[in-house]
Design a protein around this ligand. Structure first.
Ligand code: SAH
Length: 262
C-alpha cells in the first residue's frame, strides 16, 4: 500500500498515470520472458506496471527521470531500490547497467519521446529481444503498417526489418489520470530470428530515411544525393515511391546501391 501521497502529474514530463489495474497487468504479461533475465521499464511513475513485473521470474530495472516518482518508488517498492535508475532514458548509456546482456524493454512512457525510444531500441537491437510499449494509437498503427498504406513510413520499415510488430490492444483516455487527448495502443515487438540484414545496415537506415523524406517522389528523385549511376537508376525499382516498397525490397534496394557506390 502507498505510504506517501500520490505523485502530482507534470505536463512537461508527459505524465498520464494509468489507473486500470487489469490493463497494467495485461501490458506486464505481454512479454514472453524467454531467452533473457532482465527487463527495463521506462518511465514507471508510481509503479502501476512495475508491481506486476516484480511478481515475475525476472530482474526488473526501472529508469525514471522524475525525482518525485523515484522517491515514491523507493518508499513503496523496497525490493526495487537498487534497480532504480534516476536518468533520462534517451541520454543514458544502458550498458552501464546491462553490460552486454540481453534485456527487454517495457513501458507506458510519454508520447512525445516514443519515436526516439523506438529509435534507441533499434540501435540496441542486438541486446533487445522484446519490447512492449504504449504509444499514441495512431503511431502504434503506423509502426505495424505494411507497404501501400498511407501511414507506412520510416518507423514501419526500420522496425519491421528487425522485429515482428504486433498491435495488441487499444487503451481509451479514460483510464489515465489526467486523461490524454487521444487513444493509446499497446505494441509488442519480437525480434526476428534472423535480424542481421544481408546488406550494409548503416546504409539501409540512410536509404530508408532519405527515401521517405519526399514520400510523393520516385526513389530515383529522392535518392539523388547518393550519386547513383544511370545504369542503376534505370532499374524499375527506382520508378517506385518509397511507400510502395516492402521491407525486403528496401533491403534489396540497399544492396543494389551498395554495389553501385563501391
Ligand atoms: N508508467 C506509469 C507512468 C506513465 S507517465 C504509468 O503507466 O502510470 C510517463 C512516465 O515517464 C512519467 O513517470 C515520467 O516522469 C517518465 N518520463 C518522462 N520522460 C522520461 C525520460 N526521458 N526518461 C525516463 N522517464 C521519463
Amino acid at each position: 500500500m502507498a505510504n506517501q501521497h500520490q505523485v502530482k502529474a507534470k505536463k512537461h514530463l508527459g505524465q498520464h498515470f494509468l489507473e486500470d489495474e487489469s490493463i497494467a497487468q495485461d501490458i506486464a504479461n505481454s512479454l514472453s520472458l524467454e531467452g533473457y533475465k532482465d527487463v527495463l521499464e521506462i518511465g514507471p511513475g508510481m509503479g502501476v506496471l512495475t508491481k506486476y513485473l516484480l511478481k515475475k521470474d525476472t530482474t526488473t530495472h526501472v529508469i525514471e527521470i522524475d525525482t518525485e516518482s523515484v522517491d515514491y518508488l523507493k518508499n513503496n517498492y523496497l525490493n526495487l531500490a537498487d534497480r532504480i535508475i534516476e536518468k533520462d532514458f534517451l541520454k543514458y548509456d544502458l550498458n552501464l547497467v546491462f553490460k552486454d546482456k540481453p534485456f527487454a524493454i517495457i513501458g507506458n512512457f510519454p508520447y512525445n519521446i516514443s519515436s526516439q525510444i523506438l529509435f534507441k531500441t533499434l540501435e540496441l537491437r542486438h541486446q533487445i529481444p522484446e519490447f512492449s510499449g504504449m504509444f499514441q494509437k495512431e503511431v502504434a498503427l503506423r509502426i505495424c503498417s505494411k507497404e501501400g498504406s498511407k501511414v507506412y513510413g520510416i518507423l514501419s520499415v526500420l522496425t519491421q526489418a528487425f522485429y515482428n510488430a504486433d498491435y495488441l490492444f487499444t487503451v481509451p483516455p479514460t483510464v489515465f489520470n489526467p486523461p490524454p487527448k487521444v487513444d493509446s495502443g499497446v505494441l509488442l515487438l519480437k525480434r526476428k530470428e534472423n535480424y542481421t540484414l544481408p546488406c550494409d545496415e548503416k546504409l539501409f537506415f540512410r536509404v530508408v530515411k532519405t527515401g521517405f523524406q519526399q514520400r510523393r517522389k520516385t526513389l530515383r528523385n529522392s535518392l539523388k544525393t547518393f550519386n547513383l549511376s544511370d545504369n542503376l537508376k534505370a532499374n524499375t525499382i527506382f520508378g517506385q515511391r518509397p511507400e510502395q516498397l516492402s521491407v525486403s525490397q528496401f533491403i534489396e534496394l540497399t544492396s543494389l546501391i551498395e554495389n553501385d557506390i563501391n
